[in-house]
Design a binder for this molecule. Structure first.
Ligand code: ADP
Ligand code: GLC
Length: 485
């Protein structure tokens, strides 16, 4: 199949979270299965600075409402995958893909990503690459599903093309002012409750839920939750309305990148047959973070975007309480100020037990995965979550809340009541978070047989991208067989 893969980030070019990892690994896995996959991304400031690309199309005209804008298209590669970069400086030459320095969404995000979507389709005509599937991700790609309806009638080449929208995070919906409607070409038919309209504003994700031919979320658990009032981020009825076309497909883990026996960021490599390197990684991490190098104290790692989604409201009080015990925390993250300040304060008050690196640091993320005994991910909601999969591969037991992809990938007990691969809790409150952390610590301190067994079970788990890609192939086929939505 010919697949056009639209993403607002991709590891190796620009990354703010897990979407970037998926936007690299999934196209690669599909490519390995013989599909012709091409990625399209905006040419952001940080990519433009590298200039690591060559011109593909010097000038591409893109109609948006009454205007016609001209952009350039650059071309680069992620391994063997062709990547098109939509270059339009007024929209994309900014420090952050979605937010200004104060953390507020760019006010013209609707126009920026609407233009990105239209340009992506238009470049297909210029490159004579007519995709079978236009695969878009999150609200940033939603308008491509709408524009595909237009292209199917305007250009006979597109008559057989179908769209899939993957929901990585239903909490971010891309709201923008209705004044952008004419630029974005959202006509009356589409600006209604079953469409882009949301309390008088444009809601891009919501519109995509109607416009896409097929939909999926990044785990089975999250796909189920999205259809409930509690888990649907206000849109559950629209997911429910498309339930025949809506599935859950668990992300994979890129084991070529996340592998403790080959990871170039680690001081010592290790694997199942030889776990001594993990002990050395722990003391190296303790030293790097400014914690005492004590192997007998359980070390809990966190690598996270610092947002409400990740459960900090209730996990920070639990962490504050558990600090009275023999425990250490190594925390890496960046994001909302109130969370940064609270973690920094905990660290100031307990410097020998909790160290915090406020920032984004890929190498340190790998070393925390390797050097910690536990990885804490107590999310309020979690569409899939990749860090818990990385933790399992690194022999670091995940302590997670049983939501979304976390409950699909980690379990505390097997069906016969034996050891599982981590520790889970259900209710989003400090007491339950604390109880799960304490069960972990108790296992570490008093039951080393069970602790080691859990490590081995986790390290043997495989969430392969190959399997995930096979499931996407099935959804693509379903889209191609079904009539236009
Ligand atoms: P989300 O996409 O919601 O942030 P995921 O678990 O799917 O959550 O993916 C997060 C990805 O971002 C992982 O690859 C993780 O290692 C990385 N990451 C998050 N915060 C940081 C950080 N501060 N420094 C380095 N990597 C980070
Ligand atoms: C989102 C979700 C995360 C998921 C990632 C990749 O950022 O928050 O749970 O793993 O996308 O699909």
């Amino acid at each position: 199949m010919k697949i056009l893969f639209l993403s607002s980030e991709a590891t190796g070019l620009i990354k703010t979270g897990g979407l970037a990892d998926v936007a690299r690994a999934l196209p690669l896995a599909l490519c390995q299965k013989g599909h012709d996959v091409r990625i399209v991304l905006p040419n952001y400031l940080s990519i433009a600075r590298t200039q690591n690309y060559s011109p593909a199309i010097p000038s591409l005209g893109v109609s948006m409402g009454d205007s016609k804008l001209f952009c350039a298209v650059q071309q680069t590669r992620l391994e063997k995958l062709p990547v098109y970069l939509i270059e339009y400086h007024d929209f994309f030459l900014r420090n952050h893909p979605y937010e200004d320095v104060a953390g507020n969404p760019h006010p013209d995000n609707g126009e920026r990503f609407g233009f990105f979507c239209k340009a992506a389709l238009q470049l297909c005509l210029a490159e004579n690459f007519i995709p079978d599937i236009v695969h878009v991700n999150d609200w940033q790609g939603a308008l491509a599903c709408l524009y595909l309806h237009q292209y199917r009638t305007t250009y006979s080449e597109f008559a057989g093309t179908r769209s899939l929208m993957t929901i990585h995070n239903g909490g971010y919906q891309g709201h923008c002012s209705a004044s952008a409607r004419s630029f974005l070409e959202i006509g009356d038919d589409w600006f209604r409750a079953a469409g882009f309209e949301d309390h008088g504003q444009i809601n891009l994700l919501k519109g995509g839920l109607r416009a896409a031919d097929q939909l999926n979320a990044v785990s089975v658990g999250y796909a189920e939750e999205l259809r409930t009032p509690l888990g649907g981020h206000g849109l559950h009825e629209y997911y429910e309305a498309r339930k025949e076309a809506f599935s859950g497909i668990l992300n994979g883990c890129e084991y070529e990148v996340w592998n403790p026996s080959t990871d170039p960021f680690l001081t010592t490599s290790y694997d199942l047959g030889n776990l001594s390197g993990k002990i050395q990684c722990k003391s190296a991490l303790q030293a790097e973070m400014g914690l005492k190098e004590v192997p007998e104290v359980p070390l809990i790692g966190i690598v996270s975007r610092l947002t409400r989604q990740k459960g900090f409201d209730f996990s920070l009080p639990a962490i504050a309480k558990v600090l009275s015990k023999k425990v250490q925390f190594a925390i890496l993250g960046s994001g909302e100020r109130w969370i940064v300040e609270k973690i920094a304060r905990l660290s100031e008050m307990n410097p020998e037990k909790l160290q915090f690196h406020n920032g984004y640091n890929e190498a340190l993320a790998h070393r925390i995965e390797a050097g910690s005994d536990f990885f804490l991910m107590p999310s309020l909601y979690e569409p899939c979550g990749l860090n818990q999969m990385y933790s399992l591969r690194y022999g670091t037991l995940p302590i997670v809340r049983a939501v979304g992809g976390l409950r699909d990938t980690v379990w505390e007990r097997d069906v016969s009541g034996g050891d599982g691969t981590g520790f889970l809790f259900t209710e989003p409150n400090a007491d339950d978070t604390l109880a799960a952390i304490e069960r972990g610590i108790d296992c570490f301190t008093n039951d080393s047989a069970s602790f080691q067994n859990r490590i081995c079970l986790g390290m043997r788990q495989r969430f392969s991208w190959k399997n995930t890609a096979t499931q996407y192939e099935k959804v693509y086929s379903k889209a191609l067989k079904s009539p236009i939505n």
